[in-house]
Ligand binder design. Structure first.
Ligand SMILES: *[C@@H]1O[C@H](CO)[C@@H](O)[C@H](O)[C@H]1NC(C)=O
Length: 245
């Protein structure tokens, strides 16, 4: 089931198998499938609008579906807070765009979030901070990490630092690259960790999550940097995966 609504993408997935998995270098979080081996989660991105742009309406529909599917968690693919991320851990946007919006009982689950390019225009460390997690225990945002839900393993990848134009043509936007520089080393470490984790994973389904599209027919088009650097890692894996069946 997929709903595209006014720029917000909500995607519901129900999966129904069971296999064991393992870990790599990235921080790992564990989720357990339901008793029948199935797992359900919603995916949403580009959302933090203080309820505007139909965010509240989409949140309500997500809640209905979340309840119906009895979701295990929510995946957020970044651009969590428009236009310029959070100004700090005390930015009211955290309440106004997240806490006070996703109030439906069907959405009271763990949220796993990555950063988008708009988040990088604010205080990145604020979004990653445990202080936000204390304010709302559903919140968890890290640059790159893994969620192992046995049947499926999700690899969250920080895609913004791959995109050249934010560095070469920032067009007046200021990006918070602390923790990313030197960029080359950051990207090569990240690619190495993702590659290793994907190779080690024994999960039946492996899903790579990131903010930027590798391929897209939309107006942002393909992200060539990801096509050149991340896609080959995923493709190697799918070859192995097919061979292993
Ligand atoms: C919200 O959705 C309605 C109905 O689809 C649309 O007419 C309206 O323009 C949207 N509002 C915003 C601010 O995008």
């Amino acid at each position: 089931m997929a709903v595209v609504w006014n720029g917000l993408l909500v995607l519901g997935l129900v999966l129904g198998f069971c296999l064991v998995s393992s870990l790599g270098e990235l921080e790992l979080f564990a989720e357990s499938p339901k008793g029948d081996g199935s797992l359900a989660f919603l995916v949403v991105g580009d959302w933090g609008r203080r309820g505007n742009y139909n965010q509240t309406e989409v949140a309500h529909q997500m809640g209905i579906i979340g309840e119906k599917l009895d979701i295990d968690f929510v995946v957020s693919t970044g651009d969590n807070f428009y236009e310029d991320g959070l100004t700090g851990v005390d930015d009211p946007a955290f309440q106004e765009s997240f806490v006070n919006i996703y109030t439906h009982p069907g959405l009271q689950k763990q949220w796993y979030s990555v950063l988008g390019n708009h988040d990088y225009r604010g205080d990145v460390e604020a979004q990653l901070s445990p202080i936000l997690r204390k304010m709302d225990s559903r919140w968890l945002c890290l640059r790159s990490f893994i969620v192992n839900a046995e049947i499926v393993e999700l690899f969250f990848v920080d895609t913004t630092p791959f995109v050249d134009k934010y560095f070469t043509k920032p067009k007046g936007d200021v990006y918070d690259w602390s923790g990313v520089l030197p960029r080359k080393r950051y990207l090569s470490n990240l690619l190495r960790d993702v590659d290793l984790a994907l190779r080690e994973s024994r999960a039946k389904w492996k899903i790579v999550v990131g903010h930027h599209t590798i391929k897209s027919a939309g107006h942002h088009k393909n992200t060539d940097e990801l096509g050149a650097q991340l896609l080959p890692i995923i493709q190697v894996l799918s070859t192995r995966f097919i061979k292993n069946i």
